[in-house]
Design a protein around this ligand. Structure first.
Ligand code: ZN
Length: 56
């Protein structure tokens, strides 16, 4: 079977992925490399609030 060779998986989480590292892990790694994991968390929290405020 050549399935193993043909099927690509993320080398970090092992999930099927066309890239050697899936988007999720890529973002995680990049975020950690930049030390921006907290920044991303903050941004995600702020955005819904800002949208809510605009609507109100
Ligand atoms: Zn992954």
């Amino acid at each position: 079977m050549n399935v193993t060779e043909k099927k690509k998986v993320c080398m970090v989480c092992g999930k099927p992925s066309e890239a050697s590292i899936c988007d999720g892990c890529k973002a995680n790694i990049q975020g950690e490399a930049l030390g921006g994991k907290q920044k991303v968390d903050k941004k995600v929290k702020i955005e819904p609030d800002a949208l809510r405020r605009k609507k109100d």
